[in-house]
Design a protein around this ligand. Structure first.
Ligand code: ADP
Ligand code: MG
Length: 381
């Protein structure tokens, strides 16, 4: 079929796709996937995942976030065939992983690397020999292995630790070995199951930066699961929020961070800059107005021009004063984002008037409730 687009510019070859507006063949696809673990020793069966539809474009980073027990590890283990779905299909690069026999699965697994929270290194092997393991299994020659391992250790910045044993390495270094090992067979996909959860914040940042670089330089598709929004924010392009085995919210990271809808997403975001209130203030927030209580609004600024001068304009143009309770101006994936939580001076219709003014200025608002006066909350209780 002839290309429908014409341009004087030389065109990059277009991947064949059934129609021009079709989803450009995602590398990973879940179609109506459910997973139940059978009943064991008197305990009821567990519906770990229900009705999961998901597609991960080649070269992107998908973050999957949820609380403990939400089904994250089950989801990731379906991608490399460590688990099989009870219903639905899981496709990786066009192959239906969920229908392959063990032999065919081994081939898929060479295309899918995985890293773990506790690194899973062999303590009896040096860093270099841990990285070499998948290549030995794949039948590479000694010389080819030596060259490949040297390249991989250089990629993760561990040239000088090649002959150290895991016990001689820091947590961050162990995870770098884990990453080098996962990349040994040149996979298309890297799966990360809480890979930074055992690391301190600074090491976490360094490992996430390494994953981001690998994604960019090698075009590797990454699916990363975590219980921390800061991890999602640092690396992911898209996020899926999972709760009770279902995806309750998903989309581009910037969208989900600036317009969270699900309760679980809001609560996972509560510790992030621009979200949530200091505990002392949160305790004074009531859902309904009481005499003297000040309405509380959260203002969200998206895109360029995000700034707090709006508070001065609100006072000048409407006479409504807003006291800043919490706030942050920041960037998510290079896009500016700001959030301010304010309490409004009491007065007739302040809430409606303030919201109308802010909406006309392009600022999104959300009502959080009413701030009771200090001490009042103890009467309520
Ligand atoms: P997460 O990684 O988000 O903590 P999991 O995918 O590990 O969640 O677990 C989801 C649910 O499935 C939990 O209720 C867990 O107890 C259950 N589960 C996980 N693995 C098994 C298993 N092998 N057998 C039985 N139940 C399991
Ligand atoms: Mg898990």
């Amino acid at each position: 079929m002839a290309a429908t687009l014409r341009s004087k510019e030389p065109r990059v070859p277009v991947r064949p796709s059934p129609t021009d507006d079709a989803d450009p063949a995602p590398l990973i696809r879940f179609e109506g996937v459910s997973k139940a673990y059978p009943a064991r020793g008197g305990s009821a069966p567990v519906a770990a995942l229900s009705g999961i539809d998901l597609s991960v474009p080649r070269g992107s980073i998908l973050g999957v976030i949820g609380r403990s027990g939400a089904g994250k590890s089950t989801l990731i283990r379906l991608i490399n065939g460590l688990e099989r779905p009870s219903a639905g299909r899981v496709l990786v690069g066009g192959a239906e992983v969920s229908a392959l026999d063990e032999r065919a699965l081994r081939q898929v697994r060479a295309r899918v690397g995985m890293i773990f929270q506790h690194f899973n290194l062999l303590s009896s092997r040096t860093a270099a020999d841990n990285v070499a393991l998948p290549l030995e299994i794949a039948g590479w020659t000694k010389e080819a292995i030596r060259a490949r391992v040297a390249d991989l250790l250089a990629l993760v910045g561990l040239e000088d630790r090649a002959h150290r044993y895991p016990a001689e390495l820091s947590g961050g270094q162990k995870q770098r070995v884990g990453i080098a090992r996962a990349l040994a067979t040149k996979p298309d996909v890297l799966l990360s199951d809480e890979a930074t959860s055992a690391l301190d914040p600074e090491t976490t940042r360094a490992i996430l930066a390494l994953l981001k670089r690998i994604n960019r330089e090698l075009g590797l598709t990454i699916v990363l699961i975590t219980h921390e929004m800061s991890v999602i924010r640092a690396v992911a392009d898209e996020v899926a929020v999972i709760e009770g085995g279902r995806i309750v919210e998903g989309g581009p990271v910037y969208e989900v961070f600036t317009r969270p809808r699900a309760e679980i997403t809001r609560s996972l975001l509560a510790g992030e800059a621009g979200h949530g209130l200091p505990p002392g203030l949160a305790a004074r927030l009531a859902p309904n107005p009481t005499p003297g209580a000040a309405p509380v609004l959260r203002l969200v600024f998206r895109g360029p021009g995000s700034d707090a001068a709006i508070i001065a304009r609100l006072a000048r143009e409407t006479g409504i004063e807003a006291a800043i309770l919490a706030g942050a101006v920041d960037e998510i994936g290079g896009e500016p984002f700001g959030a301010l939580t304010v309490s409004l001076s009491p007065g007739p219709d302040v809430l409606a008037r303030a919201r109308a003014f802010l909406a006309a200025s392009g600022v999104e608002t959300e009502e959080l409730g009413y701030l009771t006066q200090r001490g009042e909350e103890s009467h309520v209780a």
